[in-house]
Write a protein that binds this ligand. Structure first.
Ligand code: ADP
Ligand code: MG
Length: 265
């Protein structure tokens, strides 16, 4: 039993080997490799257009890599559509918030869990007991989650009525509601003021300590990255130019050069 657990724990949650993505003549990301263990938190930084979001789009199945392999908990994602990658345990947020603005806050969380439904088409159409039990459980869990994250007073609001910082938070909560093993956060601090950024840092740290989830974070705000991640990769024009802890990366000549003129470094 113990041996099995040990083997399971040693399989990385995310393993990318020599991943390359070309769009016509443009190589958005080249020969990229990373291995993230369970419950780890790692960062990906680089100037605009470096290829960061492309990496997330590849991991979440929006694109299939031109070359290389992606494994989620040991399972290859090759040929899988995004919803199948979600089923392997990958959830994400987007650089530009993507919430369902025509639905209430509660429904945003409820709908996100429909990939994991335990009733089939016929139960839904016939409105069987299983259908109602499952829907009831989903609603209960969604309400509990919103309460934990202190968003419960907004359950009946539409997302656009929430302050911007809470919309960002709601998107993270929605991703978490899918019970991911790997949570991808694409620039969660984008557009936040400095007070909201401090709040976000506390939120991400708390999620990491509380939930059994590996977090891979893209962030343009260096201070967020430095506070949260010990293991940071830096890419520029799709190439990995540095890797290490915050101190190492901050002082790396290639990083300084890539960011030269950027106020964030
Ligand atoms: N679907 C696409 N088609 C063509 N080029 C793309 C596509 N997606 C991204 N790119 C290009 O790939 C490069 C990396 O983009 P992106 O991954 O969004 O960078 P980052 O997130 O680091 O700012 C950019 O030059 C961008 O224009
Ligand atoms: Mg991006």
């Amino acid at each position: 039993m113990q041996t099995n657990n040990t083997i399971e724990e040693s399989v990385p949650v995310l393993e990318i080997s020599d991943m390359t993505q070309r769009f016509g003549g443009l190589t958005a990301i080249a020969d990229f490799s990373v291995s993230l263990g369970s419950n780890s938190m790692a960062g990906l930084i680089g100037p605009n257009g470096a290829g960061k979001t492309t990496a997330f789009n590849l991991v979440s199945g929006f694109y299939q890599p031109t070359e290389g392999e992606i494994l989620i908990c040991g399972k290859p994602t090759a040929g899988l559509k995004p919803h199948k990658v979600t089923a392997l345990g990958v959830a994400r947020t987007f650089q530009n918030i993507r919430l369902w603005n025509q639905m209430t806050v509660l429904d945003n969380i409820r709908v996100a869990q429909h990939g994991k439904l335990e009733y089939g088409f016929f139960q839904a159409v016939l409105r069987t007991g299983e259908y109602f039990q499952c829907e009831e459980r989903i609603e209960k869990e969604a309400r509990e989650l919103l309460e934990i994250f202190e968003l419960d007073k907004y359950v009946d609001e539409f997302p656009t009525n929430l302050p911007y910082g809470l919309q960002r938070k709601l998107e993270i909560v929605r991703a978490l509601s899918e019970k991911p093993k790997l949570l991808l956060l694409d620039e969660p601090a984008a557009g936040l003021n400095s007070a909201d950024i401090q709040e976000l840092i506390r939120l991400i740290r708390w999620i990491h300590e509380t939930f059994d989830v590996t977090i891979w974070l893209i962030e343009h705000h260096m201070d967020v990255m430095m506070e949260l991640c010990d293991d940071i990769k830096v890419i520029d024009f799709g190439q990995t130019i540095a890797e290490g802890n915050a101190e190492h990366v901050r002082n790396h000549p290639a990083v300084i050069s890539a960011y030269l003129g950027d106020d964030n470094i």
